[in-house]
Design a protein around this ligand. Structure first.
Ligand code: UD1
Length: 382
């Protein structure tokens, strides 16, 4: 329940990155030692991850923002019910192949934002010598010992790359991965794995080389701030506000900052102290287009939130989501609030209005929910 006509004001420490902590938690199973992960966000996916790990036989404790993992004698068939609840459960494929030599996984769940196949995950694991098959709603994989190999991603998929990295760090020999995703979350995963003793070169670039190690060891790793959560606060403030975000590397948000600045928002960044100050007033200008793509392009995970901002702007904008081509769930809900948005031919056209009105709306997926909160902050609720 949100009362509109609110300005955001104040300072907030941005929570740890959701898309970094999940693969890092999976990676913690690759050593018998204890792995301590700091700055973990208190979000459902982290608790789902914990449940899957515990059901598989690992110790996974959460106290405040610290997750402590100790792998054990793992069962290679993780809990079906929890796996089916979130997308990141697919990351266990590479880990279970390494630790157990096999896995039986149901298809993962996750936000309904378009078709989310696993063919690159499967092909990549096959290139490391695993046999992977799909049968009866399950993905089944096994191998005697993973071996280094090479794989060129047809598209720079984040999750598939994480899976293959998690499989390759303990494989026998050298792995060469090309057309890799360059998202900061890939760098975060590799930073943690390197702290555990992995030999990885090129994280954050299109080519990653991994020399497999027989064993990894424990470490203490701090998850960086969540660039999408930060971008969401920034989008909320552009409706008129004055906020300071702490604990976020400004360079991770360049594409988002560029668009918000073009829309009339004042941003001040401090790279040394990892702070972003956002100041906005008056009506937003429209940009002519927003096009999502792999990092460093504009992130698909910020597309719905920017749609809300554009719904109040003084012009029209075309939004093209080139990562998940049907990710326009927020449009229909924003229209209930009086927004002028049409979706056709794989893109959304938003024509801004001076005001939206309160309505009963549905958060159809995670980022759609964030977008609706942003829209509601400025809505007329009488
Ligand atoms: C991750 C993020 C998600 C973000 C997305 C894109 C996590 C937990 N989730 O999702 O928040 O929106 O990256 O930045 O980190 N694809 C295939 N076959 C595959 C894998 C992917 O065709 O095997 C396609 C997808 O359908 C999509 C594109 O590749 O069109 C990118 O998807 P991908 O990067 O894999 O997204 P996720 O890892 O699922």
């Amino acid at each position: 329940m949100i009362s509109g006509h609110r300005r955001l004001r104040g300072m907030i420490n941005v929570q740890g990155s959701k898309n970094s902590v999940l693969p890092v938690m999976a990676g913690a199973l690759l050593t018998e030692d204890k792995v301590i992960i700091e700055n973990c966000p208190a979000i459902t996916d982290v608790y789902h991850m914990q449940k899957v790990m515990q059901a598989a036989g690992a110790e996974c404790d959460i106290e405040n923002d610290i997750v402590t993992v100790r792998s054990g004698m793992l069962k290679s068939a993780p809990d079906e019910e929890y796996c089916a609840r979130f997308r990141a459960s697919s990351l266990f494929m590479g880990v279970f192949l390494t630790v157990c030599g096999s896995f039986v996984m149901p298809y993962p769940g996750g936000c309904n934002i378009g078709s989310r196949p696993l063919n690159y995950h499967i092909d990549g694991l096959r290139s490391l010598g695993a046999v992977v098959e799909e049968a009866g709603g399950y993905i089944i994989g096994y191998c005697r010992k993973l071996k280094g190999g090479s794989y060129e991603f047809p598209y720079p998929s984040v999750g598939a790359l994480e899976n293959i990295i998690l499989a390759a760090v303990c494989a026998e020999g050298k792995t060469c991965l090309t057309n890799c995703a360059k998202e900061p979350e890939i760098v975060d995963l590799c930073d943690c794995l390197k702290m555990m003793g992995a030999d990885i070169d090129g994280a954050g670039t299109g080519t990653i080389i991994i020399n497999g190690k027989a064993t990894l060891h424990g470490c203490r790793y701090r998850v960086p701030g969540d660039r999408i959560a930060a971008g969401t606060y920034m989008a909320g403030a552009i409706a008129g506000g004055n906020i300071c975000l702490r604990g976020i590397e400004p360079e991770r948000l360049t594409a988002v900052s560029d668009i918000l600045q073009k829309m009339g928002c004042h941003l001040f960044t401090d790279k040394k102290s990892n702070e972003i100050i956002v100041m906005a007033d008056g009506r937003r200008r429209a940009v002519t287009s927003v096009v999502t793509g792999p990092y460093p392009e504009f992130p698909t995970d910020m597309q719905a939130q920017i749609m809300s901002v554009l719904a109040y702007s003084g012009g029209c904008c075309d939004i093209y989501d080139n990562v998940f081509e049907n990710r326009y769930n927020a449009a229909g809900e924003l229209v209930r609030m009086g927004a002028v948005i049409s979706v056709s031919g794989g893109h959304a056209r938003v024509c801004g209005r001076p005001a939206l009105k309160g309505a009963r709306v549905c958060a159809t997926d995670l980022r759609c929910g964030a977008a609706l909160v942003i829209a509601a902050l400025g809505a007329d609720c009488t």
